[in-house]
Design a protein around this ligand. Structure first.
Ligand SMILES: *Cc1c(COP(=O)(O)O)cnc(C)c1O
Ligand SMILES: [Zn+2]
Length: 427
């Protein structure tokens, strides 16, 4: 395992690469593995055999793939809640809404803290423990902090969490507090918090678990490994993922590259990265045909997990996800996101607003003819339905903001004739 700077290409050893994983030139570090000695067929059988593990780290949907994520980490440092192991659901209702022949939804919402952040956080916290840290930190739009606080608590360590005071779902703030995090709410944006932790964390002895921590990306690669494993190494034509900080989009591209290089899959699927219109600097860059990202100083979207104007991992996403594949980007409005969420929710799967950007983006790309309606797709649902209960209230109950697919809610006395009407009126 080596580290390489995404900007200047400098190579560092494990000993040289240090918290918070910024190169002297200011670039982010990326982890490189040498898989040349790996016997893919043997490893594939090993992954299969681990599906029957119970109480060992290999029962985790992340650590099952340890050889491809963090091969050298001694097992005793692993902090796991058997994360991953999430459902991949076929949904004909959501497929019909998106206008595509076949759609499966990967419910990363089913992770222990309720979002895909657990896939990466288990690796970052485990590595931090290995390095001897007992204090962990992150800046977050909410889910990273919930996840960090959970793993820190599980390990008997402490967490220090920096949250922008506006635009964060209260459910996530409360979840983070409940796990015992020391919480600092600050005036400013996610991007301000990231800059702060880059500069000062190491001086305070805090191990930085933002997505600039490359172990997060390594762990998040397990999402695509697990999808491929669940589909017996036959991936669909398209994988669709929401993009905020672009760590997940990066991990998706990088994980696909691993699977392809190891011969686990024989062709690379196309990837679609979906941003919210109010926070879409990456999509704007791709659309303009530029290769330098212009940050948005006032990002604004109801999908709070996507409210990022200066995505730290944009260069990695460009390198790993846009370049090797016939990948595309798209942006969707908050209304499109909330309508797609209502469809995913009433499909019995459920997700938070940011996650539904994937379904909204797929629908838009099918309508634009970019994605063929006869193709197959997997949308990644990143966070749990209960992560933003205000959004549910606004969509289904508030008269001012009620959405197109709002569910039926009626308040009345238990009178037979009224209730009969209520039932008969239902479709
Ligand atoms: C973090 C997050 C995202 C965005 O992922 P990035 O890696 O920041 O692009 C999307 N949805 C949810 C629910 C998230 O928590
Ligand atoms: Zn560098």
């Amino acid at each position: 395992m080596r580290f390489q700077c995404t900007d200047c290409g400098a190579e560092l050893t494990v000993e040289q690469a240090r918290n918070p994983y910024i190169c002297s030139c200011g670039g982010l570090l990326d982890i490189l593995h040498d898989f040349r000695a790996v016997d893919s067929e043997r490893l594939k059988r090993e992954f299969d055999s681990r599906l029957s593990e119970r109480m060992t780290p290999y029962a985790s949907g992340v650590w099952r793939y340890k050889e491809l994520i963090h091969p050298l980490l001694p097992e005793e440092y692993i902090a796991t809640k058997y994360e991953g192991n999430t459902g991949l659901y076929a949904s004909s209702a959501v497929a019909a809404y998106a206008g595509i022949r076949e759609l499966k939804l990967k419910a990363q919402s089913e992770n222990p803290s309720g979002s895909f952040k657990d896939n990466g956080m288990t690796v970052a916290v485990s590595h931090g423990r290995y390095l001897g840290y007992t204090k962990f930190t992150c800046t977050s739009t909410g889910n990273t902090s919930s996840s960090l606080a959970m793993y820190a608590a599980l390990s008997g360590c402490s967490s220090f969490v920096f949250l922008p005071e506006h635009g964060i779902s209260m459910n996530k703030v409360l979840q983070t507090l409940a796990y015992g995090a020391h919480l600092l709410s600050f005036p400013g944006t996610y991007d301000d918090g990231i800059r702060f932790s880059e500069s000062y964390s190491e001086a305070m002895g805090l191990y930085v678990c933002n997505s600039m921590n490359p172990f997060r990306i390594e762990g998040q690669k397990s999402i695509i490994y697990e999808i491929a494993h669940q589909l017996r190494w036959q991936l669909p034509d398209w994988i669709v993922v929401p993009g905020g900080a672009l760590s997940n989009a990066t991990a998706l591209g990088k994980g696909l590259k691993d699977l392809h290089e190891l011969g686990f899959i024989d062709k690379l699927p196309n990837v679609a990265i979906v941003q919210a219109e109010g926070a879409s600097p990456f999509h704007a860059m791709m659309e303009a045909g530029h290769n330098i990202l212009k940050p948005e100083s006032n990002p604004s979207t109801r999908a709070t997990a996507l409210n990022i104007g200066n995505p730290p991992s944009w260069k990695k996403a460009l390198q790993y996800t846009m370049k090797p594949n016939r990948s595309v980007t798209v942006s969707v409005t908050d209304t499109e996101i909330m309508d797609a969420k209502a469809q995913v929710d009433r499909g019995g799967i459920g997700c938070e607003p940011a996650s539904a950007a994937s379904v909204a983006g797929l629908r838009k790309l099918v309508r634009q003819g970019v994605i063929d309606k006869e193709s197959t797709a997997v949308c990644i649902l990143t966070g749990h339905l209960l992560k933003d209960t205000d959004a549910i209230h606004e969509y289904h109950l508030d008269t001012d903001t009620k959405g197109t697919f709002a569910s039926v809610f009626q308040n009345s006395k238990l009178e037979w004739s009224k209730i009969r009407q209520f039932v008969e009126a239902a479709r």
